[in-house]
Design a protein around this ligand. Structure first.
Ligand code: ATP
Ligand code: MG
Length: 588
């Protein structure tokens, strides 16, 4: 691998991968005149998922690193499946990730494959005239039947049809004189090729369907391989980055461009005119995550069968879902960088995505206290009616965030599982006779419990030590804290706390590889992937608008859902905290 630093490369030490080496080499040889122009080419047939994010970050990242350009191109060559709803969501999600195709130094613009239909057609006519394409009368089924085997060549009865006849038929195809599937235009390459993609692949098929952009102007639509390279070429894309499944399509990608260029010249002299630009296709390993499915087709089924609330369900691996759950663009970009770019297919643990999210939210999310499963605590020696306003550090990772005052009173809520009447040995939280620290507040010792007739604990009684205000033991004669408590638990003041809906999420699929055993991913859905609770939360949380991040201490990072109403917040748990904090707080 070459490691020559590029003059445009950003000084920040970004991880380098094989694509850098390829681009550096091109820059050295001057293949693209030091230009780097990438694109993200989604088919607008669904919402984007985390796999697409990987491609967006990679393509935009390279354009930015090399001072190049980045295009968003809608690969709208399939009339029946595409919807404007998807187009708008894709545009928005790409911007949200920070890939600025619209403005800024790397903006290349928005493009539509359908805008090139006329030019593509002209190229196709040219290939027919050059004897490199022909109209075939076989149906799709017949083509498959005659495709041969590795040792037996395919058969194609119309490949020697005179160019004039093919031209006439192609024009009639375009004019709508044939029904769907009656004819195709095929490239004349090699019926015996060991690479089946080269056994006279179809370039155009007949589909009588309205297109969202071109209406009913066209009834023949280009196939992916034919369309993609010409789109890249017309946009001046230098590096056409795609996933590994397309590796054995690369010879076809190059064949089409070379076929157009045959007989063309650099200065445009001669009958066919000027050579067209020839981009370099490069493949990398797609992102696969465990415990999820990523194909848009599969995700659509989850939506259609109402197994999730929509494309933006916070359990979905879609960008929309991740956004609603509280993921940040920074965390997704960091994740993509962390998993790197390789040519080795692998499955990434979803925990790495969660870690990237924790890392970012740890830096930016203000802290607050909330109790998900409330248990009442009464402090018997607390002065009746007294409210103490205590200092709460908003974010220990961010000094500038400052402090907030939180109310403490004689009746509190703590987390149900922070209390045990008959605790095992290493339980350092609240238990009869045990002293714990209430975070930012006081030390309290449990004196007794109240139960209902069924024996459930309804109230825990405690006494507090007024000398521990702020949560520190008073100094002993040697100046050090006079005593230690092992456990710290969170709490809210009962009379001040607000109610909030909290949505906790678990993996959408029970198994690491959904459908891996049975082939039916739907059967591996986790029926308990959503839990909805009414929590008691710090009063200021009730006023949060939708779209805010907050860490509930000891419980995780949360995000206010669009369903939030003034005074009635709804919190999605984005991700739990690291185990280390749980340990620190005496959970272990
Ligand atoms: P899906 O199979 O999920 O529908 P797709 O590949 O059909 O995905 P497109 O809209 O055609 O979706 O893809 C747009 C771009 O995103 C392509 O360049 C494709 O290579 C890339 N892409 C899609 N899925 C992944 C993935 N899991 N990892 C990396 N890149 C991906
Ligand atoms: Mg696709």
């Amino acid at each position: 691998m070459t490691t020559t630093p590029n003059e445009h490369a950003s000084p920040a030490a970004k991880p380098r991968h094989f694509l850098h080496a390829i681009i550096d080499e091109h820059n050295k040889t001057g293949r693209f005149g030091n230009r780097v122009h990438t694109r993200f080419p989604p088919e607008p047939n669904g919402y984007l998922h985390i796999g697409h994010a990987k491609s967006i970050c990679l393509n935009y990242g390279l354009a930015a690193e090399y001072g190049g350009k980045f295009n968003l191109r809608f690969d709208d060559t399939n009339p029946s499946k595409e919807e404007i709803e998807y187009v708008n969501a894709i545009k928005d999600d790409v911007l949200w990730l920070g890939a600025r195709y619209d403005e800024g130094p790397h903006a290349g613009g928005v493009f539509w494959a359908s805008d090139y239909f006329e030019t593509m057609y002209e190229y196709a006519v040219e290939l027919v005239k050059k004897g490199k394409a022909y109209v075939c009368d076989l149906t799709g089924e017949e083509v498959s039947k005659l495709r041969g085997t590795p040792s037996v060549p395919a058969q194609s009865p119309h490949r020697d049809r005179p160019a004039a006849e093919s031209l006439d038929l192609l024009e009639k195809m375009r004019k709508g004189e044939f029904p769907n599937g009656a004819k195709t235009l095929r490239a004349k390459i090699d019926l015996a090729s060991p690479n089946f993609n080269l056994r006279d692949p179809v370039m155009y098929r007949i589909v009588h369907a309205a297109h969202h952009n071109t209406g009913t102007k066209w009834c023949i639509y280009p196939m992916y391989d034919w369309a993609h390279g010409t789109e890249d070429s017309l946009e001046g894309i230098t590096h056409s980055i795609c996933t590994l499944e397309f590796e054995n399509h690369r010879p076809l990608y190059d064949w089409f461009i070379n076929a157009i260029n045959e007989g063309r010249t650099d200065d445009g002299s001669g009958p066919w005119g000027k050579k067209i630009h020839h981009p370099q296709q490069i493949e990398f390993a797609r992102l696969n995550l465990n415990h999820t499915v990523m194909s848009k087709r599969f995700l659509l089924k989850l939506v259609q069968e109402k197994r999730v609330t929509g494309w933006d369900d916070p359990r979905m691996p879609t960008i929309r879902g991740l956004r609603r759950r509280g993921y940040t663009p920074e965390s997704i970009r960091a994740f993509c960088e962390d998993v790197g770019v390789t040519r080795q297919n692998s499955v990434i643990d979803i925990g790495r995505l969660e870690n990237a999210c924790r890392d970012h939210l740890n830096k930016v999310a203000p802290r607050a206290m909330a109790v998900l499963r409330p248990l009442k605590v009464v402090i018997d020696n607390w002065p009746a009616g007294k409210v103490d306003m205590l200092d709460f550090v908003i974010n220990p990772e961010d000094e500038g965030a400052g402090k907030r005052q939180i109310p403490f009173s004689g009746t509190l809520y703590i987390e149900h599982d922070d209390f045990m009447e008959n605790p095992p040995k290493k339980f350092f939280r609240l238990a009869p006779g045990n002293e714990v620290r209430l975070r930012w507040a006081y030390f309290v010792t449990c004196t007794s419990v109240e139960k209902d007739v069924a024996g459930n604990i309804t109230t825990v009684h405690c006494t507090y030590d007024p000398d521990t205000r702020g949560g520190d033991a008073p100094p002993g004669p040697d100046g050090k804290p006079s005593r230690k408590v092992k456990g710290t638990i969170h709490w809210v003041s009962a009379e001040h706390a607000a109610d909030a809906e909290v949505r906790l999420f678990d993996r959408l699929f029970k198994t690491e590889e959904p459908g891996g055993d049975t082939g039916d991913y739907m059967a591996d859905l986790n029926d308990n992937s959503l839990e909805v609770l009414t929590a008691k939360v710090d009063p200021h949380l009730a006023t949060l608008p939708a779209g805010e991040h907050v860490q509930f201490e000891r419980l995780g990072y949360f995000y206010t859902d669009p369903d939030s109403k003034p005074g009635k917040p709804v919190f999605n748990r984005t991700v739990t905290l690291k185990d280390t904090w749980a340990k620190e707080a005496g959970k272990g």
